[in-house]
Design a binder for this molecule. Sequence first.
Ligand code: URA
Ligand code: SF4
Length: 224
Amino acid sequence: MNEGEEGRRYDATPFLPSRRTGLAGLRRAAAECHGCPLYEDATQTVFGAGDPSARVLLLGEQPGDQEDRQGRPFVGPAGHVLDRALADAGVDPGHAYVTNAVKHFEFTVRPGRKRRIHKSPTLREMTACRPWLLAELRLVSREVVVALGATAGKALLGSGFRVTEQRGALLPWPGLDGETAEDGIAGLLATIHPSAVLRADDRDAVYDGLVADLRIVADVLRRG
Ligand code: URA
Ligand code: SF4
């Protein structure tokens, strides 16, 4: 951070389209976002992807290395786990819109190394980026929102969210920023982040837990 920038509030709001727009307009505007310093080192904004009439909105943390290069969410190793888990749980990926709490890749590089290592976003960056997420939530006709991991859960339920305590049960939709029209929203399901499977010693058990949680989403969609 530059001197003199210290204490400055980061906020994407000035970059949002001033007129009502669809997802395509939102995506175009997000490509130019300088709401926080993360755009400086990343390749591009990774906006949400999928059908605006999707019944499920899946929320991750922030793009990783592959997502940053390709410009689409969940196309790297965590995305492959997610795709497989959705298929095993019986959730049609064609019914899903996928996005992240923070839209730019954040990373560190060790001295003398090339590899870009993912760094979790700070609360300040999450807060800055939140207007994009709120706009997506308004435009995607989701019935269920899935929070993948702690960052996504905190973005939707606040800093008290604990994935171990709140995962695997359909929670009431919290209603974000004064939103009142809750019609047609079945709720929120929190589960682990798919990258937790890749880091686990017991990958199979952790993966099975992810699939079990996502089955609840498949049940809701079947009933709806
Ligand atoms: N992890 C995330 O949280 N989101 C992505 O898009 C990729 C990896
Ligand atoms: Fe804007 Fe979010 Fe990117 Fe920060 S991370 S520059 S707020 S899109």
